[in-house]
Design a binder for this molecule. Structure first.
Ligand SMILES: Nc1ncnc2c1ncn2[C@@H]1O[C@H](COP(=O)(O)OP(=O)(O)OP(=O)(O)O)[C@@H](O)[C@H]1O
Ligand SMILES: [Mg+2]
Length: 299
């Protein structure tokens, strides 16, 4: 805005235009979610996993997806990436229905997505620098001098510019996770997906990664979805939480709404209670039957 003023524009005009643009931007943000799940049903073989998931994720947000083990959280991410397709319903990313895309279009879309998995291993025989540079060298024609600047910028963003010459074996777990984060944002994705980004980290590294996810999302203009079991860290950094249970979104809300929730399922999560709607035991036949005792047994 300042350069326009220096060219002699009327301040009132500029303010007016800025206001119009802001209203337009907000309208766009409000009207077009980046990701939309509409009545998504999915099964692995005959085993239903998702039974009508509806979810809408706005641009610029950091979202947490929570739910018991095996509830289908990773499956949701795989649907967004187009690795698998819904049986019924649709998943849209930036206005495109993922399962309707052709091979080339899907690859193009995937290029705009970054993924960081819990054990998102680094290439062990490449230095930190080369790990981050890898995708830039593979997918762009940028000259090496520019790649160098970009790699250093990404490493700087995660606080590890000084570790550029180290090999993965020389990194702590927390540092390796940060390098993996720098690598996943190498191509400036519009969407980042994190699958359990905090697992195995000490409390300090954990909150460093959490803060980085928030900060990078804001400064790079991304949208981030993270699947995590860490409710306290999530509530600290996210805009919105979705809880997945029994194949549907069982609850959702802002961190404040989640903290205050009386929904038993959400309460159990927030307070880490063993007993509640989320069962401790995986579905099984009667214990007596497994042990071969009781009525009808051959014991
Ligand atoms: N490729 C597959 N083939 C068959 N079943 C699968 C496959 N992948 C996952 N499943 C099953 O689908 C269910 C949902 O899996 P998913 O990985 O999405 O769960 P999750 O919520 O990410 O669990 P966790 O928190 O343990 O990572 C699980 O019961 C799992 O056993
Ligand atoms: Mg998972």
């Amino acid at each position: 805005m300042r350069p326009v003023l220096e060219l002699g524009c009327n301040l009132g005009d500029v303010t007016h235009v800025t206001e119009i643009l802001e209203v337009k931007r907000q309208k766009l943000m409000a009207t077009s979610p980046l990701i939309e799940f509409r009545n998504v049903n999915f099964a692995y073989g005959t085993r239903p996993i998702l039974k009508g998931v509806d979810m809408s994720i706005s641009r610029g947000q950091v979202i947490a997806i929570m739910g018991g083990s095996g509830s289908g959280k990773t499956t949701l991410l795989r649907l967004i990436g187009g690795e698998i397709r819904p049986l019924v319903g649709s998943v849209s990313v930036a206005g495109q229905v993922v399962h309707e895309l052709g091979r080339n279009e899907l690859f193009k879309l995937r290029r705009k997505m970054g993924m960081l998995f819990q054990f998102g291993a680094l290439f062990t025989d490449l230095s930190v620098f080369d790990n981050v540079a890898f995708q830039m060298r593979e997918h762009t024609n940028l000259p090496e001098s520019m790649i160098r600047d970009l790699v250093l910028m990404k490493l700087h963003a995660v606080g590890l510019r000084g570790a550029q010459h180290l090999m993965p074996a020389q990194l702590s777990g927390g540092m390796a996770r940060r390098v993996a984060l720098a690598r996943s944002i190498a191509l400036d994705p519009m969407l980042m997906m994190f699958d359990e980004p905090f697992t195995g980290l000490d409390p300090i590294s954990l909150s460093v990664i959490g803060s980085l996810i928030r900060r990078l999302t804001d400064t790079l203009g991304m949208t981030s979805i993270m699947v995590t079991h860490d409710i306290q860290e999530s509530l600290r950094i996210v805009d919105y939480v979705y809880f997945l249970a029994d194949g549907v979104i069982a609850a959702h809300g802002t961190p404040d709404e989640v903290r205050a929730s009386k929904v038993p399922f959400v309460h159990q999560f927030v307070h880490g209670e063993i007993d509640g709607p989320v069962p401790f035991h995986y579905q099984a036949q009667a214990y007596s039957q497994d042990l071969g005792i009781g009525v009808g047994s051959n014991a």
